[in-house]
Design a protein around this ligand. Structure first.
Ligand SMILES: [Fe+2]
Ligand SMILES: [Fe+2]
Length: 319
C-alpha cells in the first residue's frame, strides 16, 4: 500500500460530492464589510452552482451568496429560523469530519513505520474510536432527518493530516481540529439539552469523551516529539496556530460572549491545553471579522441578490 496520499485520492462512493473551492473564502475573511461583500459576490457563480440540488437551494434564493454567513454566524438554537437546515448541515459536516479523522489517523499509522510503538498504538486506538464516531454520526444524521451525501464534502481535515512530519499531524489534527471538535460538540450538547433530545445529548457526550483523549495524546506527542528541538517545536506551534486561525470559521468560533461556537475551556484544559494556549486561541479566533461585520455583509448581499433577481424577472417579463 502506498504511503502519503493526497486528499484527492480519498475513496468515496457515488453518494458523495466534493466541494473544496469555497474553503478559501471562509479561511481568509477580513474584518471589513465591503471586502466581505466583494469576496462573496466574486464567488457567486461557484456558490450558485454548489447549492444546486442541495438543501441550500431555498436559503440561497432568499439570501444569495452570503447565505452561509446566516448559517455559520448565529448560534444553533432550537427556536431559530433555519434550525433544521443548520442542524442537518452541521451533522453532515461532522460525519464527514469523523470519516476523515479515521482516514487521517489510519494514514498516520501507516505513513511513519519508524515512529515509536506507543505513538502507533495511539493512532490505532484513534482509528477504532473514529470508526465508532462515523457510525454514531451516521445514525445521528438520520435521527435529525438528514442523509449521507445530501451536502457536499470538504476535505479540510484530511488535508491537515498530509504533512510529512508526524508532529505537524498531531499538532494540526489532534490539537487544532479535534480541539475545534470539542468546542462544537460542547455546543451541540447544550443544543440537545435545550431541545430535550436525550439521545443526541448522550451520544455526543460519549464522542466528546473520546475526542478529549485524542486531543490529550496530541498534546503529549507534540511535547515528546519536540523536546530538545526548538525548531521543530516552533514549526508545530506555527502549524497549529494556522489551523486554529483558518478554522475559527470566519470568527464564528471565538471567546466572545455571543460567539456562535464558544471555546470549550474546561474540556480543553482537561485535554492538556495551558491557560496561555487558551488565551492565544481566543486571540487567534477573534482576529477574523466580528459578528456585526458578517451580519452587515450578509444583509447587503441579501438586498443585492433580491435586486438582481427582480431585474432578471423584469427583463424576462418584457422579453
Ligand atoms: Fe471523532
Ligand atoms: Fe478524534
Amino acid at each position: 500500500m502506498r504511503r502519503f496520499i493526497q486528499h484527492t485520492e480519498l475513496a468515496r462512493d457515488s453518494r458523495f460530492m466534493r466541494q473544496n473551492s469555497l474553503n478559501a473564502i471562509f479561511t481568509s475573511l477580513p474584518n471589513d464589510v465591503d471586502q466581505v461583500v466583494e469576496m462573496f459576490e466574486r464567488f457567486d457563480p461557484i456558490i450558485a452552482q454548489f447549492v444546486k440540488g442541495t438543501p441550500f437551494e431555498d436559503i440561497y434564493e432568499q439570501y444569495g451568496p452570503g447565505f452561509n454567513l446566516i448559517l455559520l454566524n448565529e448560534r444553533l438554537r432550537p427556536d431559530e429560523t433555519f434550525v433544521e437546515l443548520k442542524l442537518n448541515a452541521r451533522m453532515h459536516g461532522i460525519f464527514a469530519g469523523e470519516l476523515q479523522a479515521l482516514e487521517g489517523a489510519g494514514r498516520t499509522l501507516w505513513d511513519f513505520p519508524e515512529a515509536p510503538w506507543d505513538f502507533k498504538m495511539n493512532m490505532a486506538r484513534q482509528c477504532w474510536d473514529e470508526s465508532r464516531h462515523v457510525q454514531i454520526f451516521e445514525k445521528l444524521l438520520a435521527h435529525v432527518g438528514g442523509e449521507v451525501g445530501q451536502f457536499p464534502e470538504s476535505t479540510f481535515l484530511f488535508e491537515a493530516a498530509c504533512a510529512d512530519d508526524p508532529v505537524l499531524r498531531v499538532a494540526g489534527v489532534n490539537r487544532g481540529l479535534e480541539g475545534l471538535a470539542c468546542d462544537i460538540f460542547r455546543d451541540m450538547i447544550e443544543f440537545a439539552k435545550l431541545k430535550g433530545d436525550k439521545l443526541m445529548e448522550q451520544a455526543i457526550d460519549y464522542v466528546l469523551a473520546d475526542e478529549l483523549t485524542h486531543v490529550r495524546f496530541g498534546s503529549e506527542w507534540v511535547r515528546e516529539f519536540t523536546k530538545d528541538d526548538p525548531k521543530r517545536a516552533k514549526a508545530a506551534k506555527d502549524f497549529q496556530r494556522e489551523v486554529d486561525r483558518q478554522f475559527s470559521i470566519g470568527g464564528a468560533r471565538s471567546a466572545a460572549e455571543d460567539a456562535a461556537i464558544p471555546i470549550a475551556v474546561e474540556e480543553r484544559k482537561e485535554a492538556g491545553f495551558t491557560d496561555q494556549e487558551i488565551e492565544e486561541l481566543a486571540e487567534v479566533s477573534t482576529s477574523g471579522p466580528t459578528r456585526q461585520t458578517l451580519r452587515d455583509a450578509a444583509e447587503i448581499l441579501r438586498v443585492r441578490h433580491q435586486a438582481r433577481k427582480q431585474q432578471k424577472e423584469a427583463k424576462e417579463a418584457t422579453a
